[in-house]
Design a protein around this ligand. Structure first.
Ligand SMILES: [Zn+2]
Length: 467
């Protein structure tokens, strides 16, 4: 099967050019002007007036996640369907072993759950406690199981969070095993203290959630996590940075020559803390950690995307139905199901509010949503690039297409969305995953289970980690 994507503007690897993309089977065969005569291929896809870029890579999603507050709405089938419909062709989810449980057993269970994915996927390991068995298991994960990145939480100390000494031990392991460390940087002890104070004072409603996680608590944790990474001599990837303080800490580390990477999410760029004040369903629905912030932080995040200080935009997709959001919305904000859905809207939101407003260039957009995550997580140039030999994961993006976000019509499985009613411009005309046209004209054509697990281990020759 030879497919020609014809007549678009190709945006990849930091530049734009007009040209065609020739696909043979699952991979890109040639890129450029007149790479094939349309009559000589099996299928021509018209990209006139469109931008052609590498399929989005969402490096931070939670599918089929079980929490004490309920199971998040999407499993790997529905979540990956939503990803494809929004222009994301690769996702990376997490393995979160219970404390004391085997990392390898937990990984096997997640690989099993992920098998029904419609798109290609990887998994980050998480370390939720340190013990003597963790290091040999981590080594086995990195040598034999395709793991190239490991996450630690500095919040949630009562369940999955690490103490500083454990985090430092993990950073030592990162140096030895060459995985990239991800950190959820909120100072857990301070959050727990503030939660207790607020609840004791009768401040139990959803509106008090952000007061338990003030910007300084993120800033402190980012700075300390980066200091520990500096002591250990390893790079650090900070997930969902939401504040100016967090960005300042990353900037300081970068200026000192450290490899510090900041991820942010569309919710912190587009929404703000006024949703909590609105109360009711809107307030409970907006409970996520870190919480939404004020305009000052939003502006700092946009500037960080433009300057390159923040390097990736991930969704942190984790939707819950309103029932799970409402259950404790009045009596205990710490027990409100935590998270929102966004895997489907990541590209549309960033394009509308970033590219169309002139805050970021189209080339930067592509880097943020596809190329940089590919490079950081051991997928480049198999993914995140448009060149001969790369997987034919491509988005043909119609920059003129206007649409309105409606929970009623969304692919992700959730009965609401905090983006309800937002008018966006820009949407996929076609999405290709390994050469297959999986999304076209608003229709999905992809079978559950067609996605493949991606080996991302740097110990097995996956390169491009620091590009
Ligand atoms: Zn997350």
């Amino acid at each position: 099967m030879r497919t020609l994507i014809h007549g678009g503007t190709i945006v990849a690897d930091g530049r734009s050019r007009s040209g065609d993309v020739l696909i043979a089977g699952e991979t890109i065969a040639a890129v450029g002007k007149a790479v094939a005569v349309p009559a000589a291929v099996d299928r021509v896809m018209d990209a006139t007036g469109c931008v052609v870029f590498p399929g989005g890579i969402d490096p931070h999603v939670h599918l089929g996640l079980e929490t004490p507050q309920g199971t998040c709405g999407d499993d790997f089938a529905s979540g990956s369907a939503a990803a494809l419909a929004g222009g994301t062709t690769t996702l990376i989810d997490f393995v979160t072993p219970r404390r004391g449980a085997s990392l390898l057993d937990a990984l096997a269970a997640r690989k099993d759950a992920a098998r029904k994915s419609l798109c290609d996927y990887g998994l980050h390991m998480s370390v939720t406690a340190w013990s003597d068995r963790v290091l040999p298991e981590l080594e086995a994960c990195c040598r034999h199981e395709g793991i190239g990145s490991v996450k630690a939480y500095l919040a949630y100390k009562e369940t999955i969070g690490l103490e500083d000494r454990e985090f430092l031990t993990l950073l030592d392991a990162a140096r030895a095993l060459k995985f990239l460390t991800l950190v959820h940087a909120e100072a857990g002890d301070m959050v727990a203290y503030l939660q207790k104070q607020l609840l004791a004072a009768g401040k139990t409603a959803a509106a008090f959630h952000p007061l338990s996680r003030p910007p300084e608590v993120e800033g402190d944790a980012v700075a300390r996590a980066l200091l520990m990474a500096r002591l250990a001599g390893v790079p650090l990837y900070v997930v969902h940075v939401s504040t100016r303080q967090g960005l300042d800490a990353v900037a300081a580390a970068r200026q000192a020559g450290q490899a510090a990477i900041a991820e942010t999410c569309p919710q912190y760029l587009v929404l703000d803390e006024s949703l909590y004040a609105a109360g009711g369903d809107a307030g409970a629905a907006a409970v996520m950690s870190p919480p939404l912030r004020s305009g000052e932080h939003r502006e700092a995040l946009w500037q960080a995307l433009a300057s390159g200080l923040a390097q990736t935009v991930a969704s942190d997709h984790c939707p819950f139905d309103l029932e799970d959001k409402r259950r404790h919305a009045g009596d205990d904000f710490t027990r409100i199901a935590n998270g929102i859905g966004g895997i489907e809207y990541r590209l549309g939101l960033l394009y509308t509010f970033g590219v169309r407003t002139g805050r970021i260039t189209l080339e930067r957009f592509v880097d943020l949503v596809a190329t940089r995550p590919a490079k950081l997580f051991g997928l480049y140039p198999r993914k995140g690039a448009i060149r001969a030999g790369s997987d034919a994961d491509l988005v043909v993006w119609d920059p003129g297409r206007k649409w309105t976000v409606r929970a009623a019509g969304q692919w992700q499985r959730c009965d609401h969305t905090p983006y309800e009613g937002l008018e966006l411009q820009g949407a996929p005309r076609f999405v290709l995953s390994r050469g297959a046209a999986v999304f076209a004209a608003g229709r999905l054509d992809a079978a559950a289970g067609r996605g493949r697990y991606l080996d991302r281990s740097p110990l097995r020759g996956n390169d491009g980690r620091c590009g």
